[in-house]
Design a protein around this ligand. Structure first.
Ligand SMILES: Nc1ncnc2c1ncn2[C@@H]1O[C@H](COP(=O)(O)OP(=O)(O)OP(=O)(O)O)[C@@H](O)[C@H]1O
Ligand SMILES: [Mg+2]
Length: 218
């Protein structure tokens, strides 16, 4: 097998990179695929997430920390490429760091979680330039914005839609809503799948995103 690589990037902090990385990784792993999360963020949030699993439960995907690899992330990740079906690289909130660039060089898909507000979208322009630069080398790279922390029954304001259109990176059809269970599952070191009935809408949403992502990688 040769792993498909998904790099989750946004220079803006708190947009949902680690949440999307971990929920997607777990969701795909539950489909009997071998999944590795590469935590390239010196904050080590993904690593801590997986380490929070207790009572004999384990996070369903493997997680390794590679924040010291900096510009060599692509070389380090290549070492694992024959051992997994999917590798998801969670990046630190930076556009000028060598990490996102290196992680995008070997990616099949860049996912950019983004909060649905014009300010947050403007703050993401830097990473768009990084993706555009990498595209000159990694020509097969696909990219999608993923709206995160959406409110129920709100349609995007015209301003937001205009800014998004300017961006030139398509949106995934699936939007992630703001839900308490996304926070809770991190505390338990799991995905939303382990949180029972109250997590049903979140599970449906993340399954939908996984389906969309897997289709893009076919
Ligand atoms: N859809 C959501 N619903 C509710 N809370 C969310 C959602 N997405 C993310 N969060 C929460 O928002 C915070 C930031 O999310 P997360 O850590 O995934 O972002 P990040 O982009 O990885 O941040 P950083 O840039 O610091 O790495 C966390 O507390 C997380 O639990
Ligand atoms: Mg993070």
């Amino acid at each position: 097998m040769t792993a498909k690589i998904i790099t989750v990037v946004n220079q803006k902090g708190g947009a949902g990179k680690t949440t999307v990385s971990m929920q997607l990784a777990g969701t795909i792993a539950y489909k009997k695929k071998k999944v590795l999360v590469v935590d390239t963020d010196p904050q080590g949030t993904a690593t801590r997430w997986a380490a929070s699993a207790s009572d004999g439960s384990m996070f369903p995907a493997a997680v390794i920390g590679l924040s010291n690899a900096t510009a060599k992330v692509h070389r380090e990740v290549k070492k694992f490429i024959e051992d997994y079906d999917y590798i998801i690289i969670d990046c630190p909130p930076a556009a000028d760091s060598p990490i996102p660039q290196s992680a995008l060089l070997i990616a099949d898909l860049a996912l950019v979680p983004i909060l649905p507000s014009p300010l947050d979208i403007w703050a993401t322009v830097g990473i768009k330039h990084v993706i555009d630069n990498v595209l000159t080398i990694n020509e097969e790279l696909k990219a999608r914005l993923v709206l995160n922390q959406c409110q129920p029954k709100t349609t995007l304001t015209q301003e937001t839609q205009d800014v998004l259109a300017e961006f030139g990176i398509p949106l995934t059809k699936t939007q992630i809503q703001q839900r308490q269970v996304y926070r809770q599952s991190a505390v338990y070191g799991q995905t939303v799948h382990e949180l029972g009935a109250k997590a049903k809408p979140a599970i449906a949403e993340i399954e939908q995103l996984a389906k969309e992502v897997l289709k893009l990688l076919k």
